[in-house]
Design a protein around this ligand. Structure first.
Ligand SMILES: NC(=O)c1ccc[n+]([C@@H]2O[C@H](COP(=O)([O-])OP(=O)(O)OC[C@H]3O[C@@H](n4cnc5c(N)ncnc54)[C@H](O)[C@@H]3O)[C@@H](O)[C@H]2O)c1
Ligand SMILES: O=C(O)C[C@H](O)C(=O)O
Length: 332
């Protein structure tokens, strides 16, 4: 029997990530090649014409899995019955700005959209916040949609995770698909901690630790970390626009693994609410290593954390605590 379509909301759909993301969803990259979808696209009034154009292109592309398209500037209509919500709407940072510089504008959007999602989305809707500051926007969404299960509100750090895999694969000249179990801890910002201490590479002789193969702790503890932390800024500098295709692709990876499960023996990084694991303050939306099964994520437990890592994990948690109070001061 044919599957029922899944309703997927993309906010900020007329923007550059939205434009890259909606065809990926319609082609099955997010929910699988046998899963029909109805895409709901939300943007604001000044972008209404452009949103109409995106809808026209979705129709013109004649995607077999795409059963319908809702394009609207009405947040209630956009949220009605959605099973997955990818929250991209907001303002990107420009060259020279830190992600928290877009805080004032963006957190108020997330406060306003929290109640629409709470009241009109499907009760088990899975939410992924992409817009920056991603962790803090997700936290605001969680706090202003109190009846929504906290487990269902996440933010995107999969792009950072994929960037870390990419850097290791370039360094070792191995295929990125053979590298696994890097971890992004903390904030989707320049304080994030990309950690390779448990990462491995598939070789002809079996799985080998990344540290052993790279054999250059100096590089792993300095340049590797800053390259991943600063990759968003490097892309803004090069394109004069923030990352879009890699952000859209990583958003598909995030939802796909959450819904369909992570491969056995592999974890991914997701910004999820902290339950206090690894000494991270409970209630923050913090990026952890997670595995997913049957539509639920779980934080990977029991990883050995050395002093170097612990200091970096705590520093990024501290920034999130500060961002939280800054966000609340913007909302008052
Ligand atoms: N977490 C990540 O890994 C990651 C990666 C890349 C970009 N981002 C962030 O994603 C966001 C979007 O980036 P972009 O390059 O697509 O920006 P963009 O400016 O091209 O698009 C954003 C869209 O959001 C719309 N928008 C603004 N307010 C809205 C509202 N209240 N409701 C609905 N839509 C609204 C705008 O009209 C615009 O069409 C930015 O905040 C950016 O910093 C996050
Ligand atoms: O860095 C940015 O502001 C954009 C995005 O968050 C990214 O990481 O590419």
């Amino acid at each position: 029997m044919a599957k029922q379509p899944t309703r997927v909301l993309v906010t900020g759909a007329a923007g550059q990530i939205g434009y890259a993301l909606v065809p990926m969803i319609a082609r099955g990259a997010m929910l699988g090649l046998d899963q029909p979808v109805i895409i709901h696209m939300l943007d604001i009034e000044p972008a209404a014409e452009s949103l109409k154009g995106v809808k026209m292109e979705l129709i013109d592309a004649a995607f077999p899995l795409l059963k319908d398209v809702v394009a609207t500037t009405d947040v209630v209509e956009a949220c009605k019955g959605v099973n997955v919500a990818v929250m991209v709407g907001g303002f990107p940072r420009k060259e020279g700005m830190e992600r928290k510089d877009v805080m004032t504008k963006n957190v108020s959007i997330y406060k306003a959209q929290a109640s629409a999602l709470e009241q009109h989305a499907a009760p088990d809707c899975k939410v992924l916040v992409v817009a920056n500051p991603a962790n803090t926007n997700a936290l605001i969404l969680k706090e202003f949609a109190p009846s929504f299960p906290a487990k269902n509100i996440t933010c995107l750090t999969r792009l950072d995770h994929n960037r870390a895999l990419g850097q290791v694969s370039e360094k070792l000249n191995v295929h990125v698909g053979d590298v696994k179990n890097v971890t992004i801890w903390g904030n989707h910002s320049s304080t994030q901690y990309p950690d390779v201490n448990h990462a491995t590479v598939k070789t002809a002789a079996g799985e080998k630790p990344v540290r052993e193969l790279v054999a250059n702790d100096q590089w792993l503890n300095t340049e590797f970390i800053t390259t991943v932390q600063q990759r968003g800024a490097a892309i803004i500098k090069a394109r004069k626009l923030s990352s879009a295709l890699s952000a859209a692709s990583s958003a598909c990876d995030h939802i796909r693994d959450w819904v369909l499960g992570t491969p056995k023996g592999t974890w991914v990084s997701m910004g999820v609410y902290s339950d206090g694991s690894y000494g991270i303050p409970a209630g923050l939306i913090y990026s952890f290593p997670v595995t997913c099964e049957k539509g639920e994520w779980s934080i990977v437990q029991g990883l050995k954390i050395d002093e170097f890592s612990k200091a970096k994990m705590d520093a990024t948690a501290k920034e999130l605590v500060e961002e939280k109070s800054l966000a609340y001061s913007c909302l008052n």
